[in-house]
Design a protein around this ligand. Structure first.
Ligand code: EPZ
Length: 437
């Protein structure tokens, strides 16, 4: 898919969809709890969700979709050898590991995939299973865990991992376990809430980055119902998009606390932001103050999933900014593309260096979900010429109705399924001028 973008000043209102990365642990919680029926409300209609649903079908589950509600029937779930194809398409699939261990005390899953944003090993997930007493065997294609788990145990992570923490919780659901050095992202905290709702004795000790879970006395559950929190990364993307395009939008359905780090950075740079309950109003500026050094790290710090987007906005700052992404230092595919648009941006000693730049339209290519969002922002900021963004379909993995929402706030974007149609429509709808060096 190809998107053609033109400089725009966004204006209006946008409604944030349910959280992609809270969907996977919601499915995991239902399976691990042993529920036969899992109802998930406020589910975004995005590709990663559909891949997960297909994968569940391979495991023997059935599902139906009713508006924003997804109903999964797990009565016939079994330990199938699911095909690596769907597993390898998304990262969220990895929670099936902990979920099956929670339900059956054994699991065999293919290697999970996800965006190519650097190394994404699962050694910590395996460490968690080992710590609980499971024997784990792995090869290049599969990970298998078996053997009765300990009734009491301790898991200590070497690094903070979001899905690793989710898996540790899910596999501990019938035991009494202390999990140390946990990730505390809102999606992890939501998983804790899901389980609390159904009687699991679980609590997060925030000051000590520790989770205490005791599932030894919990009751059998037949049916669960969860409602997904708003997607904080989608909300943050809109904030940055409005600030970068000098627009003004009201973002509805946001938990502002979840994006406090983003709001703080934007305010420091000079964007005007007002918060009213679950709405945020953002008004961009023509110029911004640079950020000396933005450290991207685990929650509550600035999230890696918004690093590409803020990299684009900082091109408008009046001085040099630096970003250090401590989660995915190799998440830099947007940089080469921004250079094609005339941006003075580079990676030096593991830091992204951003100098003030006026970018122009160009033919560019997205490589992963968040870089697609960042390059859309770049296309809406770029002067002079239109931007042709290839691989635009990647956006559908994580942003629901993105094009419709963009058009609603007056962003100039047209999307084409293939090259031929693109050429036709370019001729018809616009005074497209191809970029040449
Ligand atoms: C989750 O991925 C999210 N995905 C990612 O969102 C997000 O970027 C990431 O957390 C960080 O916030 C889902 O929730 C489905 P990690 P995850 O384990 O869990 C290293 C998006 O765009 N690590 O917290 O895979 C790892 O290499 C996506 O929506 C190990 O070394 O991330 C990384 O440097 C992309 N060994 C760091 O930890 C392990 O066993 C944090 O990764 C696990 C992770």
């Amino acid at each position: 898919m190809i998107a053609i973008l033109e400089k725009s000043i966004v204006e209006g209102e946008v409604n944030v969809s349910g959280s992609k990365n809270a969907f996977f642990p919601a499915v995991g919680a239902g399976i691990a709890l042993g529920a036969e029926k899992i109802v998930i409300k406020n589910t975004p209609k995005i590709k990663d969700v559909f891949v997960m649903l297909e994968l569940l079908r391979e495991l023997g589950c059935e599902y139906k979709i009713q508006n924003t509600e997804i109903i999964i029937n797990t009565e016939k779930i079994k330990l199938n050898n699911v095909s690596p194809e769907n597993f390898g398409k998304i990262r969220g699939s990895v929670v099936i590991f902990g979920a099956l261990l929670g339900r059956f005390e054994k699991a065999k899953i293919p290697m999970p995939g996800g965006c190519k944003i650097g190394k994404r090993p699962i050694d910590q997930h395996i460490k968690a299973a080992n710590s609980l007493g499971y024997r784990v065997e792995e090869n290049e294609e599969y990970v298998e865990a078996y053997g009765a788990p300990k009734k009491e145990g301790k898991i200590k992570f070497d690094i903070k991992t979001v899905t690793g923490t989710e898996n540790a919780i899910l596999m501990s659901i019938n035991s009494k376990v202390e999990i140390e050095n946990v990730a505390i992202e809102p999606e992890v905290q939501e998983l804790i809430n899901y389980l609390k709702k159904y009687g699991v004795d679980i609590r997060l000790e925030l000051k000590e980055d520790k989770i205490l879970i005791d599932g030894t006395k919990r009751e059998k559950i037949k049916e669960v119902e969860f409602e997904l929190i708003p997607d904080r990364i989608e909300a943050g993307t809109w904030l940055i998009l409005a600030a970068a395009t000098e627009g003004k939008i009201k973002i509805k359905n946001v938990i502002s606390e979840h994006i406090k780090a983003v709001v703080d950075v934007l305010k420091e740079c000079g964007a005007k932001i007002k918060i009213f309950g679950n709405k945020i109003e953002v008004e961009g500026n023509k110029k911004y103050k640079p950020v000396d050094l933005l450290i991207v790290a685990s929650y509550p710090a600035f999230p890696t999933d918004l690093q590409p987007q803020i990299s684009v906005m900082l091109l408008k700052a009046e001085g040099k900014s630096r970003i250090k992404d401590n989660i995915f230092p190799e998440r830099i595919s947007h940089i080469r593309e921004l250079k094609k648009m005339g941006a003075d941006i580079s990676v030096e000693n593991g830091e992204i260096i951003i100098n003030p730049s006026k970018i122009h339209g160009a033919e560019i290519e997205a490589k992963d979900l968040r870089s697609t969002a960042a390059l859309v922002i770049a296309g809406l900021v770029a002067e002079k010429k239109q931007t042709i963004l290839k691989n635009f379909e990647l956006i559908e993995r994580g942003y629901e109705n993105f094009v419709k929402k963009l058009k609603n706030v007056n962003a100039k974007i047209e999307v084409f399924e293939d090259e031929i149609r693109k050429e036709e429509i370019i001729k018809g709808i616009s005074n497209y001028v191809p970029y040449s060096t």
